[in-house]
Design a protein around this ligand. Structure first.
Ligand SMILES: Nc1ncnc2c1ncn2[C@@H]1O[C@H](COP(=O)(O)OP(=O)(O)O)[C@@H](O)[C@H]1O
Ligand SMILES: [Mg+2]
Length: 157
């Protein structure tokens, strides 16, 4: 088992959150899952929107999946699933949604991953967003991924 990488990036403005979303969009491929933790208003959907627009290379309408739980998109490499599990009534609902299968075939961006219970994927990128001063603190935990680690060490924003 390789060692976990833990690193922090301060995002002084919503533009910086956009930049981080775009950076991540260049590093994830189908089969990768990004777990987005943080309080309401932390920027989980904001970052997901920038990520999805970068992957699709157009100004797609990306609504928060607050009520639908899942919104899906299709880019050249495959599907992107954007989930907001805040309203999930039971972890096994993840199976009904098809999200467990999607985690091995699509890029999954999952808000409120604590709701996944036993369905929490092993090798996901964990990103916690926390309001700090006027901006947000982004804290990553992931394994492997040397290119992502390098990009996040000295981000240009
Ligand atoms: N780095 C940042 N600094 C300040 N405000 C931010 C930053 N990133 C995002 N925001 C703002 O915070 C809010 C986040 O909302 P949203 O993404 O819906 O939150 P969540 O999905 O975490 O509940 C948006 O109004 C967005 O403009
Ligand atoms: Mg949200």
């Amino acid at each position: 088992m390789c060692q976990s990488t833990r690193l922090q990036v301060f995002l002084p403005s919503e533009d910086a959150t956009d930049s981080l979303g775009r950076l991540l969009a260049g590093h994830l491929v189908p089969g990768d899952t990004l777990l987005l933790t943080g309080p309401i208003g932390a920027g989980k959907s904001h970052l997901s929107r920038a990520f999805i627009r970068a992957r699709l290379n157009r100004m797609e309408d990306v609504p928060s999946p607050t009520f639908t739980l899942v919104q899906t998109y299709e880019d050249a490499a495959g599907d992107i699933w954007h989930a907001d599990l805040y309203r999930l009534s039971h972890p096994d609902e993840v199976l009904e949604l098809g999200l467990e299968d999607a985690m091995s075939t699509a890029i999954c961006l999952i808000e409120w991953p604590d709701r996944l219970g036993r369905h929490l994927p092993q090798s996901a990128i964990h990103l916690t967003l926390t309001p700090q001063a006027q901006g947000r603190l982004a804290e990553f935990v992931f394994q492997g991924r040397p290119a992502l680690k390098k990009a996040l060490h000295d981000p240009a924003f």
